[in-house]
Design a protein around this ligand. Structure first.
Ligand SMILES: Nc1ncnc2c1ncn2[C@@H]1O[C@H](COP(=O)(O)OP(=O)(O)O)[C@@H](O)[C@H]1O
Ligand SMILES: [Mg+2]
Length: 510
């Protein structure tokens, strides 16, 4: 007899429907799983056998073949256990399976037959809704997560017997009520405030512009000048996640196994990986491919402190995610896509000893300076929108009252974001940082004088073609912060000033 159960595979962070077909015929006892299953899925055989027996069902002593279709899709992880087991029960007549056409099943089995929580339940629930499946049977611990997706009934089930009961047409155990969004989901629930920062008018202005337009920012200055302090205050300036964004962030956390299953994410992610991170750790990869820091920072901030200490391959790997807002990881014939729309904030010393360009003498040799420059130069720097020098604050500045506080800046940022959203409502972009060439032309119409100023910067070699567009995006944000529809020459000059940089230690190297 043949039975068919719908479940889902996670492809990157996207759900793909998978049909588990179980066929049982007379012959020597055997249990085979076919259809491009990875090791964890093949191990499912042992778990399914034990779970069935320990749930007081019978394991048929016949020839059992399970096929995971479509065959070309790579199936990873233990989430297929439950579907395999109920397929087997239905094919052997131990479960009527009357409701099999209405339910999808997802979950790992323990040897005792309990349904264990596994990664990616939110993505699976979205897949069920998209596939038009009426309901989804998931482990109780993850039922609240599945229930975040509207339009799919969720059955919260503790064990294999429970799954079979629902498929026999029994009562549907409902998911627990949605928990209140918890602020403690992200480390640093109490955001540090800009009121702690003394002086630093210019870096604060750049931070505000970066927050308002989701632009990439590089802070450069000697040790102890407050770069890390500034960067860590960026999340407190950002608008809350929209519902759609919160679902995406929660889905990524769930697939990465760092979600706590306690409702929707409320804060924008702030990821600060250590500089020893590998390229795969930064942008995703490994076996099976897992999302990297760039994806965990989706809709939030990726902070690279001590930028020049990151390995060259890691920094190179960031180019595609910064440019495209996603990264494709090719595995066999398949390309997995991970979203990576983050604002990049980086901090670096101007030179290895940290004092080039400051009042203290720089002790770096030419070789060290050259190496430092190479590390930071070129492709990555070209993708930075705002480049600001953070000088050591003067003693007088440290004694004065702070320039501003986070609540004041956030208000201006929110107003500027609203202007962007209104303007971009009919497009796929949400922020000025996401304006492509066409949108940029439509929403920034530089005057003759503005174009001449840009042309001059371009001819001087201060700007690449990519840099040219980045200046216009930042100018758009500066105008939005000033509540103006038209982008003026001043905005563009301001944007240009915020990205021109003297080569670190150039005066010494010359
Ligand atoms: N502008 C400033 N206002 C107030 N405190 C500051 C300022 N700059 C630095 N500090 C103090 O110095 C410490 C070190 O700053 P940090 O941000 O770690 O420097 P950097 O990352 O540039 O090396 C901060 O935690 C803070 O106490
Ligand atoms: Mg620091």
């Amino acid at each position: 007899m043949l039975a068919r159960v719908v479940t889902f595979a996670i492809d990157g962070v996207d759900p793909r429907p998978v049909w588990v077909e179980v066929d049982i015929r007379p012959g020597l006892p055997a249990f085979r799983i076919v259809g491009l299953a990875d090791a964890a899925v093949r191990e499912a055989r042992e778990r399914v056998r034990a779970a069935i027996l320990n749930s007081r069902f019978e394991f048929p002593a016949r020839r059992i073949t399970a096929n995971l279709a479509p065959a070309h899709l790579r199936k990873v992880g233990p989430g297929f256990d439950a579907a395999l087991a109920v397929g087997l029960l239905a094919a052997s007549g131990q479960c009527t399976g009357d409701a099999l056409d209405r339910w999808a099943v997802f979950g790992e089995l323990s040897l005792s037959g309990m349904l264990r929580p596994c990664r990616g339940v939110l993505a699976v629930a979205e897949g069920a809704r998209r596939a038009g499946v009426r309901g989804l049977i998931v482990p109780s611990e993850r039922a609240a997560e599945a229930a975040l997706v509207e339009g799919v009934e969720v059955a919260a089930v503790a064990d294999l017997r429970g799954v079979a009961a629902v498929l026999d047409g029994g009562d549907v155990p409902p998911p627990p009520p949605a928990p209140a969004p918890s602020a403690a989901r992200v480390p640093g629930a109490e955001e540090p405030d800009l009121a702690d920062v003394r002086g630093h008018e210019l870096p604060l202005r750049a931070l505000e512009i970066a927050a308002a337009g989701a632009h990439n920012l590089l802070l450069e200055g000697p040790p102890g000048s407050g770069k890390t302090m500034l960067a860590r205050r960026l999340p407190g300036l950002l608008p809350p996640l929209t519902r759609a964004e919160a679902i995406e962030v929660t889905r990524i956390e769930s697939v990465a196994g760092i979600g706590r299953g306690d409702g929707l994410a409320v804060r924008r992610p702030f990821r600060a990986p250590h500089h020893t991170i590998s390229p795969a750790g930064l942008v995703g990869g490994g076996r099976p491919p897992a999302p990297g820091e760039a994806t965990l920072a989706h809709h939030g901030v990726l902070f690279l402190d001590e930028l020049s200490e990151f390995s060259r391959p890691a920094l190179e790997a960031l180019r595609q995610p910064i440019e495209d807002g996603e990264i494709a990881i090719v595995r066999g014939q398949q390309a997995l896509r991970f979203p990576t729309r983050f604002a990049l904030v980086a901090a670096t010393n101007p030179c290895p000893c940290g004092f080039a360009g400051s009042e203290r003498p720089c002790r770096c040799g030419e070789h060290e300076l050259a190496r430092h420059r190479r590390r930071l130069s070129g492709p990555l720097l070209d993708r930075i929108d705002l480049l600001v020098t953070v000088a050591r604050p003067s003693a007088a500045a440290l004694g004065r009252a702070p320039v501003t506080d986070s609540a004041t800046v956030r208000q201006r940022v929110l107003a500027a974001r609203e202007r962007q959203q209104a303007r971009l409502a009919a497009t796929s972009a949400h922020t000025n940082a996401q304006l492509d060439a066409r949108l940029l032309r439509a929403h920034v119409r530089p005057s003759g004088a503005t174009r001449r100023a840009l042309a001059q910067a371009y001819d001087r070699g201060d700007l690449s073609a990519r840099g040219h567009d980045r200046v216009l995006r930042v100018a758009r944000t500066i105008a939005d912060l000033a509540d103006r529809d038209a982008v003026q020459l001043d905005d563009v000059l301001h944007a240009l000033a915020l990205r021109t940089r003297e080569a670190p230690g150039a005066e010494l190297a010359a």
